[in-house]
Design a protein around this ligand. Sequence first.
Ligand code: ZN
Length: 229
Amino acid sequence: MIDLEIDKIDNEIKQEQIALDKRISALAEKEASIAETQEKITQLQKDRRTLEDEMGDKIAHVRERQSKMMQVQTGREQTALLKEIEDAKKNAKENEDKILEIMAEIEKLIAQVEEEKALLKGEKELVAEETEKVRDIIESINKGKKTKGTKRQKQIKEIQENLLRKYDTLRERRKGLAVVNVVQGVCQGCFMNIPPQQYNMLLKGDKIFECPTCQRIIYHQPEEVTEQV
Ligand SMILES: [Zn+2]
């Protein structure tokens, strides 16, 4: 009985730890996801700088073309130059739109990371509390286990002492033969039958019995298997 209780306690400890481990690994996953988003933000900021440099070049190009406008003479040259300027402006505008898009995305991701970080912080605190609680539970469970263990030791000692006392008494009364074999349900001390139910339990071998007739301690030793010819 006590062994079963101790097993149950061990199982309880295991369950608590499994539940806690699950929460801790969920935290690690969230941390990894935040790191991933932050990496994305860094990449977007790099993209944005590249686009800004490109836009600077394009604006410089527009200015250069505009100043050239003063020098051209023919209408055809003017038309070509104007088209070039318009194209460059359009190009720069597209660049600017992309930059704005990226900035909006960065802003969104930063807000997301902030929110996730706040949530993670709260959860970490909860898990820390939970860890503390589980530690307390395990400690008290272990204390209970220790008490049970001591009780078990005591029981074993009592059983052994009882058995020894009985053995000594039997040896005195039964001319030295205190422990006897049982062969096919018959006690080899007094040669009386052991009741079938008790004999079956004896065969299972998980308990100590005594012969109901002579009170000797009985055991069952399987007969040697002889080879069949
Ligand atoms: Zn007997």
